[in-house]
Design a protein around this ligand. Structure first.
Ligand code: SF4
Length: 421
């Protein structure tokens, strides 16, 4: 399996080749959705998976179709021509940016960062997994997702040029940067950090492991970092369940969850129709919790949107969405996978359908310790390690846990989960 797929670099999976279409900031319009549905049907098997960095993955591709697929996506302006740039477009923001109360609406920074990444001299020296999160200080706490660099907005003395606090892989750094300088400073740091890393492989977690955070901060600030770093600042992302009222308007943003994070071309086309009909500006946002958000919906249309979304197979109600089941591709699609996560996720959802979930409850199914669907801890984790023959159940654990967990036979998993939840 190729380490980190994109569109110019496909990953060979069990069911054919897989391409990842990176969507900086997770923001799309209805035309984009229709083009995605079209290429998925034409070159793949109609399946589109949402990733935890708010990207799309399309499956079942043939290697010989890659150039045609690239040409079509370039025509639709959904990817970039430069492979070295395309693989670095891992920019994540809060999908509620601009809709809710926050310190900074980060949407305009996405385009600026993306443009600067395209011009970055050291592009080839950076790992395609390197990701940047811009957290405007909204309710989703989006800097809680795995990142290399995250910038969290905070109120400063100048409202016209707010401050962002730098986190490195969730670690507090005590470094702040002005919004007006964020993009240039980030590029200069990335250029400088590649000097410290192995060729083609800049990742902050590896750099911290080899040099320590203090050395890195000293390098970035060009002065001795003599203060004690206060440890990890990682928070959990707070996904939107149901809908939320938008600020300064009577409109709402509606969260639509697709069970197991899997969409199909017909669902995408249905979403495009819904957005065109009900969303004031034709907009759709991808979330890092494997759902989509339709913003700018009149309150009068909430029930219509729910009804039509349910007909497409989306979960719409808060009590349903509060049961969050995250799963990686599993053995169906990935050679490393120890069990069929997507099928198991659907079975679990069905078995727990009559339980009420007033609060967010996350079950993470990971078919190996890499944890593609989520790196952070989950209240319930079902993990089958690569070298192991059976799955294990954990409470409050991340896929890289060193604990042994409770060994579970597949046919006992649901009853064991029911006992715990
Ligand atoms: S977590 Fe799942 S998708 Fe990722 S490498 Fe492991 S088995 Fe494959």
């Amino acid at each position: 399996m190729v380490e980190c797929p994109g569109i110019h670099t496909l990953a060979e999976m069990k069911d054919g080749f897989l391409a990842r279409i990176r969507v900086p900031g997770g923001q799309l319009n209805t035309e984009n959705l229709r083009h995605i549905a079209h290429v998925t049907k034409k070159y793949g098997n109609g399946i589109i998976d949402l990733t935890n960095r708010a990207n799309f993955q399309i499956r079942h591709l043939k290697k010989q179709d890659q150039q045609n697929l690239i040409s079509e996506l370039l025509t639709y302006d959904l990817i970039t021509k430069d492979p070295e740039h395309d693989r670095l477009r891992n920019i994540v923001i809060d999908p509620l940016s601009g809709l809710v109360n926050e310190v900074v609406d980060c949407r305009s920074l996405v385009g600026q960062l993306d443009q600067s990444l395209s011009l970055l001299p050291c592009k080839t020296q950076i790992s395609p997994k390197f990701s940047i999160v811009l957290d405007g200080g909204g309710p989703s706490q989006i800097s809680g997702i795995g990142h290399d660099l995250a910038f969290v907005a905070k109120k400063g003395s100048n409202p016209a040029d707010p401050l962002f606090e730098l986190l490195i892989t969730g670690h507090k750094t005590l470094i702040t940067v002005r919004a007006s300088e964020l993009v240039d400073t980030t590029m200069s740091w990335m250029n400088s950090l590649v000097d410290l890393s192995k060729p083609n492989a800049l990742r902050m977690k590896n750099l911290i492991k080899s040099l320590g955070l203090k050395t890195i901060l000293t390098h970035l600030m060009e002065t001795e970092a003599n203060r004690e770093i206060e440890g990890s600042l990682r928070k959990n992302v707070v996904p939107l369940s149901g809908f939320c009222r938008q600020k300064d308007t009577e409109q709402v943003a509606i969260n639509l969850t697709s069970p197991t994070g899997r969409l199909f071309d017909f669902k995408i086309l249905g979403l495009a129709e819904l957005a065109e009909h009900y969303s004031e500006n034709d907009e759709i946002r991808l979330t890092s919790w494997q759902s989509v958000i339709l913003p700018n919906i009149s309150q009068d249309h909430i029930c219509d949107v729910w009804e039509k979304s349910e007909a497409l197979g989306f979960l719409t109600q808060e009590v349903e969405q509060n049961l969050q089941i995250l799963s990686c591709a599993g053995s169906e699609g990935c050679i490393k996978g120890g069990f069929e996560t997507k099928i198991k996720a659907l079975e679990i959802r069905e078995a727990l359908a009559d339980m009420a979930f007033p609060n967010l409850t996350t079950i993470h199914l990971s078919a190996c310790e890499k944890g593609c669907a989520r790196r952070a801890k989950s209240p319930y984790l079902v993990l089958q390690r690569e070298q192991e023959q059976s799955m294990r159940l954990y409470v409050n654990a991340a896929p890289d846990t060193t604990e042994r967990g409770k060994e579970i036979e597949q046919n006992r998993l649901i009853s064991e989960l029911k006992k715990l939840i």
